[in-house]
Unconditional design. Structure first.
Length: 116
């Protein structure tokens, strides 16, 4: 359960930003936008996690503990978080891509207006 609570660290605004990005990029770009949205989400999560690690390492008691450099562990953890967040927002991205197709398909009113 603790592992799942870690995803709350992005906060409400962070999750809203993730969901909006996952929906509107595919809505604008179609299927290609699903992949672009996932790439942008991955970059954002990695940046957010790196900023948090930098903040933690700047605290005075970080280097006094003799903890070894954990770059590999950080990258592995960030990749797992990126994977899980991308899995979580995939339905929203697919919905955005589907709405892209619907927005580009002319409806019955558009057909009627061209006929006369």
């Amino acid at each position: 359960m603790w592992f799942l609570l870690q995803f709350l660290s992005y906060g409400f605004v962070g999750w809203v930003a993730f969901l909006l990005l996952a929906y509107f990029v595919p809505r604008r770009m179609g299927l290609r936008g699903v992949f672009v949205a996932h790439l942008l989400l991955g970059i954002g999560v990695f940046y957010w996690d790196a900023a948090w690690v930098r903040e933690q390492m700047s605290k005075p008691d970080w280097s006094e503990t003799g903890t070894p450099d954990l770059d590999g562990v950080f990258v592995l953890g960030a990749l797992v978080r990126i994977f899980i967040i991308n899995i979580a927002v995939t339905p929203i991205a697919i919905l955005g891509g589907w709405h892209h197709k619907r927005a580009r398909t002319p409806g019955p009113s558009a057909i009627r207006s061209t006929q006369g």
